[in-house]
Structures are given as structure tokens and as C-alpha cells.
Write a protein that binds this ligand. Structure first.
Ligand code: HEC
Ligand code: HEC
Ligand code: HEC
Ligand code: HEC
Ligand code: HEC
Ligand code: HEC
Length: 357
């Protein structure tokens, strides 16, 4: 018991030290009145979170297995232009400054963790669970000239990072031929254009079938509905946020977020298989067309440099968006299928048949 008390006293002191270590020191104040004997309130506040039965312990274990913790790209992407999404420090600096213009590159880059998303150790109370970026997010990329806003509950925390990046310059539908420069072969929305696709507002739509304007999977709580649903151990859901886990060597999709709407699991499995097959099929057809047109390099998985028809580059950008989204259509089934169908049709119109299929 004594050692536990000592630990608590140490933790309290450590906490006060942490809480007071910001900014230059001010002028010395007057001696304060003598305090009473310790403050059990504060110690309790520590123990409310720091105890073995606190949910925090399980959340921590889930997070430790997540790509947020283990992806490793905080090191790789620790550069200007990347730190705001790839390092904890960069994101928090962005939140504080409201701009990405002058974010510093941290000496000790940290992966996305508790303190990236929650106000940990600010008040040492339950208020510390408040999210660091709870408000609606105006996406970087406009749609048909208008601003696009994501406002879906606690998933507002996710979308500053999980959205398309702007492609500029970009081709316009039926416009002039477009040149991809030798240093521009990474053209595309970057990894994680999830929010734009879920809202069905991506910038490279081609004419053809009308793009659906509703999405059954654009849920009120957004990403959190499926990615933070009841977890499977530490492997998926909850604070792992992944949707795939390994069950004795077999990859299984976590469906605890689906069942509120899809009550029959056999029907759901059938629908997932159908959708996955459809989207993979369309991606294969489009990929073959883009390779034939010389735009896509399946070796580097990037674009080739050169001058191409505008609609062919737009078809490539749609291909790249769906590939980087990595949901196999689930994020917005009808919209994603239409995006691909119209891209395939545009390539056919340019003379690239749906060969082999
Ligand atoms: C609202 C919940 C909460 C309260 C209250 C709280 N902590 Fe923490 N503390 C956390 C979380 C979350 C972490 C990070 C855990 C992790 O990374 O898994 C943490 C981590 C720590 C660490 C490890 C170093 C670090 O910063 O990551 C220390 C030491 C610590 N807390 C001390 C304290 C002390 C002392 C108090 C009371 C003055 C306190 N905590 C109160 C939530 C809390
Ligand atoms: C500060 C930016 C940021 C925030 C906020 C953020 N993410 Fe991420 N997310 C990333 C980055 C960066 C990666 C990849 C990490 C790496 O590779 O090092 C990632 C990875 C993921 C992955 C794993 C993908 C895989 O390959 O396994 C999922 C799922 C995910 N995030 C969902 C979410 C959800 C849900 C939220 C909101 C609750 C969220 N993210 C909030 C930046 C962020
Ligand atoms: C707007 C936020 C944002 C910016 C800015 C950003 N990234 Fe990312 N990046 C992400 C997210 C989110 C993921 C995770 C996507 C996923 O796993 O599906 C990611 C994933 C990655 C990956 C892993 C890809 C993979 O296939 O495993 C690499 C590498 C990467 N980013 C590098 C960079 C570099 C380098 C920069 C700067 C030039 C950068 N990122 C800028 C959000 C961003
Ligand atoms: C990528 C962002 C992200 C990270 C990293 C993250 N959380 Fe969370 N956390 C959330 C979101 C979003 C919610 C709300 C989920 C919901 O609405 O169901 C949440 C909810 C919680 C809650 C419940 C809050 C409440 O008000 O009751 C706790 C406790 C918590 N997180 C602890 C942690 C701990 C501990 C860590 C680090 C191990 C952590 N979180 C890391 C985004 C994050
Ligand atoms: C309707 C449920 C649902 C919603 C809502 C949802 N996702 Fe997903 N997401 C999935 C499923 C299911 C997959 C995996 C599909 C597959 O691999 O076939 C996935 C895949 C992903 C991936 C690829 C990595 C992985 O874990 O497989 C990322 C990253 C991701 N989602 C992020 C997000 C973000 C960020 C949001 C909110 C902006 C979001 N998702 C909203 C269900 C959802
Ligand atoms: C908010 C309710 C809701 C949630 C949550 C939800 N779905 Fe759906 N989903 C629907 C509705 C509504 C439809 C369209 C009607 C139908 O076909 O049943 C649909 C359709 C689908 C389809 C067929 C799409 C097509 O056009 O081929 C698949 C596959 C699917 N959902 C998978 C999932 C998966 C996987 C999850 C969880 C990760 C999930 N859904 C979560 C409501 C939901």
C-alpha cells in the first residue's frame, strides 16, 4: 500500500511538472498562503484514469496494434507538407494555428496517438477526453466550384487527415490535352481520399450515367460507425480502427458496425462478395485501358509522364482515387461503381476497348 501511495505522489508531482512546463518563466510571485495537507481530489483524478479496470487500458492496447501506432510513416513523412497528417505534433500545431503554412518539422516525430485526438493531461479530469478537432471540416477540394463540408459527429476528428488532396493543375472534361511532367507522376489525391468519396463529391467525374447523390453508408457518425464499432479484441474496431483481423490465418472483416442496418449476416456476406467482385472487375478493366493508353505504369504503380487526352487523365485520377480509398466500394457503393463505369466508357470512347473482359 505504501508503495502505491508513493507512486501516486510521484505521479501527482510528475503531472504538476508536466502541466507547468510551458512558455518562459514569469516574474517571481509573492509567497502564497500555507497549503493544507495534500489534495486527495487530484490524486483521485489520476487514479480515475490510471487504474487497471479503466476502459483506457483496453483502448490503449487496441491503439498499440493499430496502423496509427505502427504504420511507421511519421518518420518517412516527417517533412513540410506531410507533418500535419503524419505526426502528432504537426497535427496539433495545425489545430493551434489554424493553418498549415508554418508548421515545424519535429525532431522526434510521433505517430498518431491518444494526445493527437484527445486533450490528454490538460485539466486532469474527464474533460481531457474531449476531441482536439471536434468541429465540422471544410474539405480542401471543392466540388463543382462549391465548398464541401463534412459534419458527422465524432468522426469530424478523422477527416482533416482522411481526405483528398488538391490536384493542381488538373485536366478538365473534354478539355485540352494534359501533360504529366516527369516530376508529376504521383499525380492524384494521395492516400485516404475517404471523406470525399463517402460524400460522393470527388472532382474528376466524367459524363455518362448520373452519379448517385445519396449514399446509404454516409452515416450520421461517419467513419466511427464502422471503424470504431465493438472491437474484436485488440485487432479491429474500437481504438484499433481497422476493419480486418486475422482469425487463425484467415482474414475476416469486422461487421459489428454493419449489423444495426444489415441484420442478416448471410445476406450481408453475399452483398459484400458481390460488391467486391464488381469493383475489382471494373478496376481491372480500367487498369488495362490505362496501361494501353500509356498513362498507368503497373510496375511503379504511378502515372507515366507524357501528354495525354484530358478524359484519359481524368479516368486515371478516378482509378487512383478508388485505389487509394481501399474500401472496395463499401464507402459509397453506387457512386464508386458509377465513377468507374463512366471512366471505362470514356476510355472506350477514346478507342481503348474493354479488352480481355
Ligand atoms: C482523463 C484521464 C487521465 C487523467 C485524469 C490522468 N491521466 Fe495520465 N495519462 C492519460 C492517458 C490517456 C495517457 C497516455 C496513455 C497511453 O499512451 O497509453 C497518460 C499517460 C500518463 C503518463 C505517462 C507519460 C505520458 O505522458 O504519456 C504519466 C506519467 C501520467 N499519465 C501521469 C498522470 C498523473 C500524475 C495524473 C494526475 C495528476 C494523470 N496522469 C491523470 C490519461 C489521464
Ligand atoms: C492526424 C491525422 C489523422 C487523424 C486525425 C486520423 N487519422 Fe487515420 N491515419 C492517418 C495516417 C497518417 C495513417 C497511416 C499511418 C502510417 O502509415 O504511419 C492512418 C491510418 C488509418 C487507418 C488504417 C489503414 C490501414 O492501412 O490499416 C484507418 C482505418 C484509419 N486511419 C481511420 C481513422 C479514423 C476512423 C479516424 C478518426 C477517428 C482517424 N483515422 C483519424 C492519419 C490520421
Ligand atoms: C491531408 C493529410 C495527409 C498529408 C498532407 C499527407 N498524407 Fe500521407 N497519408 C495520409 C493518410 C490518411 C494515410 C493513410 C491512408 C490509408 O492507410 O489508407 C497516408 C498514408 C501514407 C503512406 C502509406 C501509404 C501506403 O500505401 O502504405 C505514405 C508512404 C505517405 N502517406 C507519405 C506521405 C508523404 C511523403 C507526404 C508529404 C509529401 C504525405 N504523406 C502527406 C494523409 C496525408
Ligand atoms: C485517431 C483519433 C483517436 C486516437 C488516436 C485516440 N482516440 Fe479515443 N476516441 C476517439 C474518438 C473519435 C472517440 C469517440 C468515439 C465515439 O463517438 O464512439 C474516442 C473516444 C474515447 C474515449 C471515450 C470518451 C468519452 O467521452 O467517454 C476514451 C476514454 C478514449 N477515446 C481514450 C483514448 C486513449 C486512451 C487513446 C490512446 C491509447 C485514444 N483514445 C486514442 C478518437 C481517438
Ligand atoms: C459503412 C461503413 C464504413 C464507413 C462509414 C467508413 N468505412 Fe472505411 N472501410 C469500411 C470497410 C468495410 C472497409 C474495408 C473494405 C474492404 O477491404 O473490402 C473500409 C476501408 C477503409 C480504409 C482502408 C484500410 C482498411 O482498414 O481496410 C480506410 C483508411 C478507411 N476505411 C477509412 C475510413 C474513414 C476515414 C472513414 C470516414 C471518413 C470511413 N472509413 C468510413 C467501412 C466503412
Ligand atoms: C446506416 C445503415 C448502414 C450501415 C451501418 C451499413 N450499411 Fe450497408 N447498406 C445500407 C443500405 C440502406 C444499403 C442499400 C440497401 C440494400 O441493398 O440493402 C446498403 C448496401 C450495402 C451493400 C451493397 C451495395 C451495392 O450497391 O452493391 C454492401 C456490400 C454493404 N451495404 C455492406 C456494408 C458493410 C460491410 C457495412 C459495415 C462495415 C455496412 N454495409 C454498414 C445500410 C447500412
Amino acid at each position: 500500500m505504501k508503495s502505491i501511495l508513493k507512486l501516486i505522489i510521484f505521479l501527482v508531482t510528475a503531472g504538476m511538472f508536466l502541466a507547468s512546463c510551458e512558455g518562459p518563466m514569469g516574474p517571481q510571485g509573492e509567497d502564497g498562503p500555507q497549503g493544507d495537507k495534500g489534495d486527495p481530489g487530484t490524486a483521485l483524478a489520476c487514479a480515475e484514469c490510471h487504474n487497471t479496470t479503466s476502459p483506457m487500458v483496453a483502448f490503449s492496447a487496441q491503439w498499440k496494434e493499430s496502423t496509427h501506432a505502427t504504420g511507421g510513416n511519421a518518420a518517412y513523412a516527417n517533412r513540410a507538407g506531410c507533418v500535419q497528417c503524419h505526426t502528432s505534433q504537426g497535427f496539433l500545431e495545425y489545430v493551434a494555428e489554424g493553418s498549415t503554412a508554418a508548421i515545424s518539422v519535429p525532431a522526434n516525430p510521433m505517430q498518431i496517438g491518444c494526445g493527437t485526438c484527445h486533450k490528454i493531461h490538460e485539466t486532469y479530469s474527464d474533460d481531457d477526453w474531449a476531441l482536439t478537432k471536434p468541429g465540422a471540416e471544410t474539405l480542401e477540394v471543392k466540388y463543382a466550384g462549391a465548398a464541401v463540408v463534412w459534419d458527422k459527429g465524432t468522426s469530424n476528428q478523422c477527416v482533416f487527415c482522411h481526405q483528398s488532396r488538391n490536384v493542381s493543375p488538373a485536366p478538365v472534361v473534354n478539355g485540352a490535352d494534359f501533360t504529366i511532367a516527369a516530376n508529376g507522376t504521383r499525380i492524384g489525391p494521395h492516400h485516404g481520399p475517404n471523406a470525399n468519396l463517402i460524400l460522393g463529391k470527388t472532382p474528376f467525374e466524367l459524363p455518362g450515367d448520373a452519379h448517385p447523390t445519396t449514399n446509404p453508408h454516409s452515416t450520421a457518425n461517419g467513419c466511427v460507425t464502422c471503424h470504431m464499432s465493438t472491437p474484436y479484441g485488440y485487432q479491429a474496431g474500437g481504438h484499433n480502427m481497422g476493419v480486418w483481423y486475422d482469425s487463425h490465418g484467415t482474414p475476416v472483416m469486422l461487421k459489428t458496425g454493419c449489423t444495426t442496418c444489415h441484420s442478416n449476416s448471410t445476406t450481408l456476406d453475399g452483398m459484400i462478395n458481390t460488391l467486391t467482385a464488381e469493383v475489382e472487375d471494373k478496376m481491372e478493366i480500367l487498369e488495362a485501358q490505362l496501361i494501353a493508353a500509356g498513362i498507368y505504369n503497373s510496375g511503379t504503380e504511378l502515372a507515366n509522364s507524357g501528354t495525354f487526352k484530358a478524359n484519359a487523365v481524368l479516368a486515371y485520377l478516378n482509378y487512383n482515387t478508388v485505389k487509394e480509398d481501399r474500401s472496395n466500394g463499401v464507402h459509397n457503393p453506387g457512386y464508386i461503381k458509377t465513377l468507374l463505369d463512366n471512366s471505362i466508357a470514356a476510355m472506350v470512347a477514346l478507342g481503348y476497348a474493354e479488352s480481355g473482359k
